[in-house]
Design a protein around this ligand. Structure first.
Ligand SMILES: [Mg+2]
Length: 391
């Protein structure tokens, strides 16, 4: 078993719910980069997440092509390309021990995207349910590590999917962050909503897009409160340009909005400097890990928007990102997992590793104090000082 130094205060819960948020917390500064993870990606900047602005531009065809290219069914990947990519972004399951070794002595903080990471990608975004097994795994995970869900979805909607009050939630691509619910009757503590002033505009554009796109079969516009999603998944690929043109015709009148292309989806959001990477930084600060060298964030996601968070981890040298993808993609993530089922196995192993470490730690402490532990028939713990009871 891998030896590790435990982080103080993590033995019981790992989650600090006594968060105090101040305005000054928005500017993260991490001074000492920790260990650079093995398998770190070297990605040319121009190939990184591209913000495909269309306001005043004519890039509709460009992002439609980009969307096709990112569609797994459209990819033409040679075995050699696949092998080369896997060499650079090894499976997080295969290098699990390396990952836990790299976190030695640091507080792991978990960040999880939802769609395509905890739940399968489905045609109807309203039916992207996570399995009970995945929910149970995330619940166990949150008992051991501070855990946040970071999604492009409306925060309330993603909460209805996940149904775990003990987590942090960052909805609308991180523009709507709240902490865990301590008591059932108490309202959730809203930590950050940097785009509040855009709410009327988002609602207005939502109405216009609903009207404009209703002639395109399969098009779906989703209101995610601080941002919008136009889903292409159920639209015939020959109609993608048509739908893109409809979106553009609405967006050209809203220069304060920008949009990015994801997996068969267009994400429309306020043109502010806030993304999943900023949300990650904000949450780390909110948890008390600003300027902290003994924190080890792990971010798992499958979407282009998750690259903002991967990039933060790469640039700060903190923790690492794991891209969920079966196919090679330019990414700032260090490792890969193929699909949500592998994500669940990785999370389960992480929980088991931590629990074993806690048991080892407890044994070590008890040994030092010359106190032995046994259990009585009720399962309650009894302690004897100075001698070891017979079993
Ligand atoms: Mg996703």
């Amino acid at each position: 078993m891998t030896k590790q130094k435990l982080v103080a205060g993590d033995a019981k819960s790992g989650v600090d719910t006594s968060v105090v948020v101040e305005n000054g917390l928005f500017t993260a500064e991490v001074k000492k980069p920790p260990v650079v993870p093995v398998g770190y990606a070297t990605v040319s900047k121009k190939k990184l997440l591209q913000n495909l602005e269309i306001n005043g531009g004519t890039r509709v065809n460009a992002w439609v092509e980009s969307m096709r290219a990112s569609s797994p069914t459209s990819n033409r990947i040679s075995n050699q390309d696949q092998t080369t990519w896997m060499d650079r972004h090894r499976s997080a399951l295969q290098v699990f021990d390396e990952i836990t070794d790299a976190s030695n002595g640091k507080q792991i903080v978990m960040f999880l995207d939802y769609d395509g990471t905890l739940s399968p990608i489905v045609d109807d975004p309203d039916r992207a349910f996570m399995s009970d097994a995945m929910r149970a795994t995330v619940r166990k995970l949150a008992r051991r590590f501070p855990t946040a869900i970071v999604s492009g979805r409306c925060r309330d909607k993603v909460y209805k999917f996940v149904k775990l009050a003990e987590l942090y939630y960052a909805g609308s691509h991180g523009m709507d962050i709240r902490g865990p619910i301590k008591h059932k009757k108490s309202p959730p503590s809203v930590l950050c909503q940097p785009a509040s002033e855009y709410l009327p505009m988002i609602d207005e554009v939502y109405g216009l897009l609903m009207e404009k796109t209703k002639s395109t079969a399969g098009a779906k516009v989703e209101n995610n409160k601080f941002c919008l999603s136009v889903h292409f998944r159920c639209v015939d690929e020959t109609k993608w340009s048509e739908l893109a043109g409809q979106v553009r015709s609405v967006l050209k009148n809203y220069p304060k909005l920008r949009f990015t292309q994801g997996r068969k989806v267009l994400e429309i959001r306020p043109a502010i400097k806030w993304d999943k990477g900023k949300a990650l930084e904000f949450l780390l600060e909110s948890l008390g890990y600003a300027n902290c060298t003994d924190v080890f964030p792990i971010y798992i996601g499958d979407d282009r928007t998750d690259e903002d968070a991967f990039k933060v981890l790469r640039e700060t040298g903190q923790g690492f990102g794991i891209l969920v993808s079966k196919d090679p993609r330019d990414t700032n993530a260090s490792y890969s997992l193929q699909e949500p089922s592998e994500v669940m196995v990785f999370l389960q192993r992480l929980v088991e590793w931590k629990e074993r470490a806690l048991i080892d730690y407890e044994r070590e402490i008890l040994k030092k104090q010359k106190v032995w532990k046994d259990q009585n028939y009720n399962g309650n713990c009894l302690f004897w000082n100075g001698f070891q009871p017979s079993s």
